[in-house]
Design a protein around this ligand. Sequence first.
Ligand SMILES: Cc1cc2nc3c(=O)[nH]c(=O)nc-3n(C[C@H](O)[C@H](O)[C@H](O)COP(=O)(O)O)c2cc1C
Length: 198
Amino acid sequence: MRLAFPIMTDMNRWHENTILLGVTGGVAAYKAADLASRWTQRGAVVRVRMTPSACRFVQPLTFEAVTRQPVTTEIWQPLGAHDRPEHIGSGDDADVFVIAPASADHLARLANGFGDDAVCLTVLAWDGPLVICPAMNDRMWKNPAVQANVQLLRERGAHVVEPGVGHLACGSTGPGRLADLDVIDEQVNRILCAGELS
Ligand SMILES: Cc1cc2nc3c(=O)[nH]c(=O)nc-3n(C[C@H](O)[C@H](O)[C@H](O)COP(=O)(O)O)c2cc1C
């Protein structure tokens, strides 16, 4: 889907915003690097959190390179000079938390309040706007358990950016591919604008 106006016209809105980007284990993890790069180029600070499965698809180094920020892949870290664990402190200065791609597995973790990886643990301690961008095989997406988890997350206030329809990495065609990056951009842009007004 093409947007009626280019996101770049809202550059000032991105400048000095902080975006938490959670990357989970799906083929579309490589597209998250593009999101991280675009947001960084617009002046946002992008802090990436990855699950162990996500690290099998894309190296954390890719995200470190495009964001010029350290990437968190592990919940067990020395506190160092910080007075609080990272998953608690992360939310202090962030404006929005985007999970892209969100795996079927991760939707279940979020819906059930799990906190055993760097993404879902940070979400547990996050009370700001949450954007969830699922991506998976079409049969997985239509699975009643997945749909129920999505519905529950919506009811709790998450902004779910529905997957697009088209060619899927598994070879089938249908709903499940990560939404067009412009569509995700548009959702995040709307949230950043609303934050500026409040
Ligand atoms: C090659 C391959 C591709 C996969 N692609 C997806 C996918 O696109 N979406 C998805 O929900 N799960 C996918 N999975 C399954 C997840 O990686 C698996 O459920 C994993 O436990 C998710 O972990 P996480 O949610 O902690 O990141 C894939 C697995 C493999 C082996």
